[in-house]
Design a protein around this ligand. Structure first.
Ligand SMILES: [Zn+2]
Length: 413
């Protein structure tokens, strides 16, 4: 799936109608959820049938395009299905589906009808009962490269600074890349965004910290306004615009860095961290969520697929404690920033040491994928090599060496 986004340019009256559509989509989703709570044993198809009932009962629900109504019911179902899934897994936090409230952000999803693109594909017209009309599309992407049938969904998204449309295209993005012959391990941390296995570091952007003061000031202003007043609405908008700015900066950073890492390596290994668990630690919370590791990871995996680069998430145990040279476990506290091995005498920066361990673990994890040529037990006999004995240091004659050189029998060539 490819997603293109463009801003919608129209008149205030039109935006109000889009708002109505968004509100209706939320109404359908919440009603479906209510129906599921009140009636035992309601399934996915019952919900989409219930959409018709809603459309008959409420005139405004009938205004929404029928496929958009279905999409809202599907949204309700996906949150129910996630809840069921968590129950099956016996997760601690099952996430009982919640009713959606009115927020600055919101969206409505159309499928293949209820909208129309103009000939030059620079304007979109919404054709359902809300009669929002035509909007100019503002964006850097060109829709001309794709067939109209490839557009599977059209989503209208409301944000603090306006209305956007997202086109979801049924296209698998694949890009060519020359192999670089490089592999990399990444250790994410608090001092740096990450340290790689070559010892290089990327600094933390700390967008949120920088904007913290401004956010605090704006939210204070919001709390001083009277409830329901126009000033309150204005103040809320200013605050959410600032949040939007921070989230855009963060995304921009993650996308660019992830793409750069993927394009210059053939294998990328990183820790399989449960960021959600770590954010619970209040002292570390701000830096961790600020650093936006999980977003970075998502983009790494996305670009890995696009460019055909192997991405490996390794279990995060002992990656910072083991010695990357001899494998001995050297216990250290969080404040100890250098790895000093008293077994082999290896000294290295703590994070670099971890990054090397992560890379090694990653390479071991990948191993072989695809069909194995050898069935069952591997009994490849390595000829001429004596098992685990002292390396003989004496010089050999060249003829002798060629006889003794390891020949592998039965290996697939
Ligand atoms: Zn060591």
């Amino acid at each position: 799936m490819l997603v293109f986004e463009a801003k919608l340019e129209g008149e205030n009256k039109q935006y109000e109608r889009l708002d109505e559509a968004i509100r209706t989509a939320r109404f359908v989703r919440n009603s479906c959820l209510r129906y599921w709570i009140d009636h035992k044993g309601v399934g996915r198809y019952d919900l989409s049938a219930y959409c018709k009932v809603l459309a008959k009962e409420f005139p405004w629900a009938n205004k929404l395009n029928s496929m958009a109504r279905q999409a809202s019911a599907e949204r309700a179902w996906s949150s129910i299905a996630r809840f069921y899934d968590n129950c099956k897994k016996k997760a601690k936090n099952k996430g009982f589906p919640r009713f959606k409230k009115h927020r600055t952000h919101g969206s409505v999803e159309y499928k293949t009808c209820g909208w129309k693109l103009s000939e030059d594909r620079r304007t979109i017209t919404f054709t359902d009962g809300f009669k929002a009309g035509s909007f100019k599309l503002w964006g850097s992407r060109d829709l001309h490269f794709y067939q109209l049938i490839q557009i599977k969904r059209v989503r209208v998204v409301r944000r603090a600074d306006g209305y956007y449309v997202q086109f979801c295209l049924d296209v698998e993005r694949v890009e060519k890349r020359e192999p670089t012959g490089k592999t990399i391990g990444l250790d994410v941390g608090l001092n740096h965004f990450y340290t790689d296995s070559d010892g290089q570091t990327i600094e933390n952007p700390r967008h949120l910290r920088k904007s913290q003061k401004a956010l605090k000031r704006l939210s204070k202003r919001l709390s001083r306004t009277q409830k329901g007043s126009k000033n309150r609405a204005k103040a809320r908008n200013r605050l959410s615009r600032k949040h939007l700015l921070v989230s855009r900066q963060r995304k921009d950073f993650a996308v660019k860095l992830a793409r750069c890492v993927i394009e210059s390596n053939d294998l990328v290994a990183y820790e399989d961290l449960q960021v959600r668990n770590m954010v619970r630690n209040r002292k570390l919370a701000k830096s961790i969520s600020d650093a936006a590791w999980s977003a970075f990871r998502d983009w790494l995996e996305y670009f890995g697929k696009v460019f055909g680069v192997v991405t490996v998430a390794v279990p995060p145990h002992y990656t910072s404690q083991s010695c990357s040279k001899c494998g001995e476990v050297i216990k250290k506290s969080l404040s100890q920033r250098t790895h000093r091995c008293h077994h082999c005498g290896f000294v290295l920066d703590r994070d670099s040491n971890a990054a090397i361990n992560i890379l090694e673990l990653g390479l071991r994890t990948v191993g072989h994928t695809g069909t194995l040529n050898v069935s069952g037990d591997i009994d490849l006999c390595i000829g001429g090599e004596t098992p685990q004995c002292k390396p003989s240091r004496r010089k050999r004659k060249p003829t002798e060496r060629s006889l003794e050189s390891p020949t592998i029998f039965g290996t697939p060539n």
